[in-house]
Design a protein around this ligand. Structure first.
Ligand SMILES: Cc1cc2nc3c(=O)[nH]c(=O)nc-3n(C[C@H](O)[C@H](O)[C@H](O)COP(=O)(O)O)c2cc1C
Length: 390
């Protein structure tokens, strides 16, 4: 499968074309809208999230609730567009209109794509960069991820993203019973955190950052359960599924690092404290005593839960701005404000869930049948049986 997205933050709509979705997949706008709403929630979001109430329209590739196998077109309209028709319209405008409406941006924010994007594409108005580099685009990536989650749900594979750390406050209690418990608790949390004590400290940290005109980042984790062993492959660099997931996490706006299982902690441990010992039982087949490697060996799923974490830097747009340089006057100034969140880590955990779901669903479709959901189901079941009986 593959997809492309198009659309600007204040343009009329965001669009995704998703190609290669197996026919027979159950897909409704309602299922996608649940995840769009989850992305919009979260303590620390700015006013934009109150303006938008994201709803997807499925405009191609699905008939009577089932995917046809043809490209699927997903559209999310921007409610704010009505205020931006002149500034962001596609049609040429006259010189007079230009003066009136353009609101040219010449002051790049450190840490955003503004300056390098403008230099690269030759834009004197940095709105031409920020409209697309904005994380508003993650809305349709979440819609595509929701579609991927539908594929996984039909194969009894569950994916949950949650927050482990915000602004230096870490969740200490992450001892959830199972993935359903993790989902149920974090769904009720304003910061999508399992640990209730850490939750209130995280909200305090967000309030403090906000009142200082500053922003804070954090760490999100995605857990995937129900995977058969052997998805992905060790045979080539570009077939290693952990590498694809790592790339997907770092592709999310503001994500700077990724780790699986105990991750960077492995650098400080002996091999005997890192590798997961193999056990076997009649009913469960091969499994592991621990899951320190986060569900991967040799770029393939082991059958243990996939556990992947990503680190999000603090948001670059600050109400207490950093020094920058106006590209017209070359004079120093303190960087300008576009409407901004002070912390988007909770929302980013939903985006991370979506991109991980996509990579896993894509690998499964490629490996287990490609065109038809019913065949993919049969083949995944056959693989589960084969690895159990091996
Ligand atoms: C869900 C989400 C919301 C975000 N909201 C904002 C925001 O309101 N203001 C901002 O400056 N950056 C925001 N960002 C981060 C920027 O989009 C990101 O820093 C920018 O695109 C530059 O890319 P880079 O940080 O990956 O280098 C957000 C990121 C995510 C994932």
């Amino acid at each position: 499968m593959r997809y492309l997205t198009a659309g600007e933050s204040h343009g009329p709509q965001l669009t995704a074309i998703v190609e290669g979705v197996p026919s027979g997949l159950n897909l409704t706008a309602e299922a996608i809208n649940i995840d769009l709403a989850r992305r919009q929630k979260g303590y620390g979001r700015g006013r934009r999230m109150q303006i938008e109430k994201d709803q997807v329209q499925i405009l191609g590739g699905v008939r009577h609730g089932k995917a046809l196998g043809s490209p699927i077109s997903l559209v999310v309209e921007n409610n704010d567009w009505k205020h931006w028709t002149k500034i962001m319209g596609a049609e040429p405008i006259s010189m007079e209109e230009e003066k009136e409406v353009k609101r040219q941006i010449t002051r790049p924010r450190p840490g955003h794509a503004d300056l390098v994007g403008a230099m690269k594409y030759g834009h004197r108005d940095m709105r031409n960069v920020l409209e697309r580099s904005s994380a508003r685009e993650t809305t349709v990536r979440v819609a595509v991820g929701a579609l991927a989650k539908q594929i996984l749900a039909e194969l009894n594979i569950k994916v949950v993203g949650h927050v482990l750390e915000i602004g230096g406050v870490r969740a200490e209690n992450t001892d959830y019973d199972n993935i359903d418990d993790l989902l149920a608790v974090t769904e009720e949390s304003p910061v999508r955190c399992y640990d209730r004590e850490a939750e209130s400290k995280m909200m305090e940290a967000i309030d403090n950052a906000k009142s200082n005109g500053d922003s804070i980042g954090g760490v999100v984790e995605v857990v995937v359960e129900g995977l058969p062993a052997g998805i992905g492959s060790y045979v080539h660099y570009d077939r290693k599924l952990d590498s694809k997931i790592a790339g997907a996490i770092v592709s999310i706006n503001a994500f700077k690092g990724v780790e699986f299982g105990i991750g960077f902690e492995a650098a400080r441990k002996f091999g005997s404290q890192v590798h997961d010992e193999i056990i076997w039982s009649e009913e469960g087949g091969y499994t592991r005593k621990t899951n320190r490697l986060g569900g991967f060996e040799g770029g393939m799923t082991t059958g243990m839960p996939v556990v992947v974490r990503g680190v999000m830097k603090p948001i670059p747009t600050l109400y207490k701005p950093l020094q920058s340089v106006d590209i017209e006057t070359k004079e120093p100034f303190t960087a300008s404000i576009e409407r901004s969140d002070s912390c988007a880590v909770p929302a980013a955990s939903v985006v991370a869930e979506a991109v991980v779901a996509w990579e896993i669903a894509n690998a499964i479709v490629e490996q287990f049948g490609i065109d038809r959901m019913d065949l993919i189901k049969e083949n995944v079941e056959a693989m589960r049986k084969h690895t159990r009986d091996f």
